[in-house]
Write a protein that binds this ligand. Structure first.
Ligand SMILES: CC(=O)N[C@H]1[C@@H](OP(=O)(O)OP(=O)(O)OC[C@H]2O[C@@H](n3ccc(=O)[nH]c3=O)[C@H](O)[C@@H]2O)O[C@H](CO)[C@@H](O)[C@@H]1O[C@H](C)C(=O)N[C@@H](C)C(=O)N[C@H](CCC(=O)O)C(=O)O
Ligand SMILES: Nc1ncnc2c1ncn2[C@@H]1O[C@H](COP(=O)(O)OP(=O)(O)OP(=O)(O)O)[C@@H](O)[C@H]1O
Ligand SMILES: N[C@H](CCC[C@H](N)C(=O)O)C(=O)O
Ligand SMILES: [Mg+2]
Length: 476
């Protein structure tokens, strides 16, 4: 440390380009660059304090002026310090709310969206932080992230508290955990849905990915609930050394909250929960887990069981999750955000289970660029194994060449599936081709982009909406 800490600061910043007179700049190491390189830039722009983890970075600063008079604070981990500073700067908003977070590879958006809708129906003012959008009760705030950065997150929570929200449901991504975006946040409850293959580009190994998810539970306080899916083999791992109150849910093993699938159709699920049989508007056994987790969280938050089930049974799925479009000629399209091997397998198995048997299943799927490349051949293989026809196409190519992504996917196409597989780079053309192929009653699964209303190519988001395009194609 160098200089006095009883200093009035204007804003906390971790991007030198945003620093203004009187701000504190936190130098965070990133993947593309290192915030420590921008300390002199931050001081030039008026930073009065610098938080850093690499003292050596100061050596590159111009001598003589005592770092422009800025106070220097060395910490062990700048990203974690940023999280705690952001919480303090906004007066610890998470402590003023009942904040429940969920982590897991799949099911987070579904869970928080339904919890948000359920608690609004129960009469509360509710906040939502999700991949699709953030909400302060009915006000929609667009987002580019599943979990916002520490400053955005605390700013949003502070607004929610100010507007008298009582409950907030948020997704906690593994990126956010690894980058300490949620350091300093106090939760009333933490949930774990599942962990399967994804994001190995970022975490490198499955063990590291698991460790990131576990951080959420390791940092939980005693009075918070820790609710995990016990049927996932890593569910109980989350609870190891977790100080929170342990609770489990499961379909196939002993657990505190249990459900049984009575029926699973295209339209929805009938479940038996706590001796009550209830129909829900979500289809697929994976959604039985989401619904049970939602029910358990609501009960742990003190809500009445039968009221919760009654309301939950009328709630619609989140946008782009098993979202159905039925065409004039009775062709069914299902728009689904399945962008991992497990999600794609689950959705296709659900289609296989609930179909009558005569119709064809046509799958249109792509994989995102600048994301885990190892999932590409696996997803192509799953699509081929569980569909009658497959069209491999682009998702969000980002900064990669779409053809290179498709080459990776093609490696997973089994030899005996080559004849039924087409490769079409242009996603719109791929969708049109699927519609052209389909006969009445056939099912087209459009996987990967769900609710997204853009296609991201070389840094630009072009308008693109799977559901809108399919609706138009099926009507024409
Ligand atoms: C992989 C990832 O998470 N990257 C995030 C990360 O970027 P980065 O590590 O590359 O940062 P960097 O560009 O190297 O910069 C390092 C530091 O220097 C600072 N800097 C940089 C340049 C400069 O001139 N001055 C300056 O101070 C930056 O502000 C930053 O603090 O930090 C950036 C700033 O916070 C984020 O915008 C960026 O998100 C990128 C855009 C992203 O796409 N993230 C995705 C993968 C993501 O987070 N997804 C998860 C959901 C995933 C899932 O579960 O499905 C999410 O929660 O949304
Ligand atoms: N509990 C579940 N288990 C496995 N697959 C699921 C589950 N819930 C949903 N899915 C599948 O995963 C897809 C994504 O679901 P959802 O958006 O709820 O997950 P998410 O965890 O929020 O994903 P992201 O990490 O991208 O934010 C769905 O479209 C569906 O195909
Ligand atoms: N939150 C996920 C979303 C993936 C969605 C898919 N459409 C893609 O672009 O890969 C991610 O950032 O990896
Ligand atoms: Mg999500």
């Amino acid at each position: 440390m160098q200089g006095a800490t009883d200093l009035v600061i204007n804003q906390v910043r971790f991007d030198s380009r945003k620093v203004q007179q009187g701000d504190v700049f936190v130098a965070v190491k990133g993947l593309q660059s290192d915030g420590h390189q921008f300390i002199s830039k931050a001081i030039e722009s008026g930073a009065v304090a610098i938080v850093l983890e690499e003292q050596n970075a100061l050596k590159t600063l111009p001598e003589g002026e005592g770092f422009g008079g800025a106070v220097i604070i060395k910490v062990q981990n700048s990203a974690a310090a940023l999280g705690m500073m952001a919480s303090n700067f906004y007066d610890n908003p998470s402590e003023k709310l009942k904040l429940v977070g969920i982590t897991g590879t799949n099911g987070k958006t579904t869970t928080v969206t339904l919890l948000y809708r359920l608690f609004r129906e129960l009469g509360y003012k509710v906040g939502l932080i999700s991949t699709i959008e953030n909400r302060i009760d009915e006000e929609v705030i667009p987002t580019n992230y599943t979990t916002p950065d520490a400053l955005e997150l605390n700013k949003l929570l502070a607004l929610m508290a100010e507007r008298k929200c009582t409950h907030v449901f948020m997704e906690v991504s593994s990126h956010a955990l690894a980058q300490h975006r949620v350091a300093g946040i106090k939760y009333s409850g933490a949930m774990f849905s599942n962990i399967t293959h994804d994001h190995l580009d970022f975490h490198k190994t499955f063990a590291e990915y698991l460790k990131a998810k576990k951080m959420f539970f390791d940092n939980l306080e005693e009075n918070a609930f820790a609710l995990v899916n016990k049927d996932d083999k890593n569910g109980l791992v989350m609870l190891q050394n977790c100080k929170g109150k342990h609770h489990t849910f499961a379909l196939n093993s002993m657990a505190d909250f249990k459900a049984k699938i009575i029926a699973n159709t295209f339209e929805g699920l009938e479940l038996e929960i706590d001796n009550q049989r209830v129909w829900f508007k979500l289809s697929g056994s994976f959604n039985a887990y989401n619904l049970l987790g939602i029910y358990a969280a609501a009960v742990l938050l003190g809500e009445e069981k039968s009221k919760v089930l009654e309301i939950l049974s009328n709630i619609e799925p989140a946008a782009g999750r098993f979202d159905k479009v039925i065409g004039k000629n009775k062709v069914f399209a299902i728009i689904d955000y399945a962008h991992t091997p497990d999600a794609l397998k689950n959705v296709l198995e659900n289609i296989q289970k609930t179909r009558t048997g005569k119709e064809k299943v046509i799958t249109v799927v792509g994989c995102g660029g600048n994301r885990d490349a190892t999932k590409r051949p696996i997803m192509a293989k799953i699509a081929c194994e569980l569909s009658d026809k497959v069209i491999l196409t682009s998702d969000n190519p980002r900064f990669e060449e779409p053809e290179a992504i498709l080459e990776d996917m093609k490696k997973g196409v089994p030899q005996d599936a080559e004849d039924k597989t087409l490769v079409m780079t242009d996603r719109k053309e791929a969708l049109a081709e699927a519609v052209k192929m389909a006969q009445p009653n056939d099912i087209i699964l459009v996987a990967g982009k769900g609710h997204e209303n853009y296609q991201e190519i070389k840094g630009i988001k072009y308008p693109f909406d799977d559901k809108k395009i399919m609706s138009e194609l099926l009507e024409s």
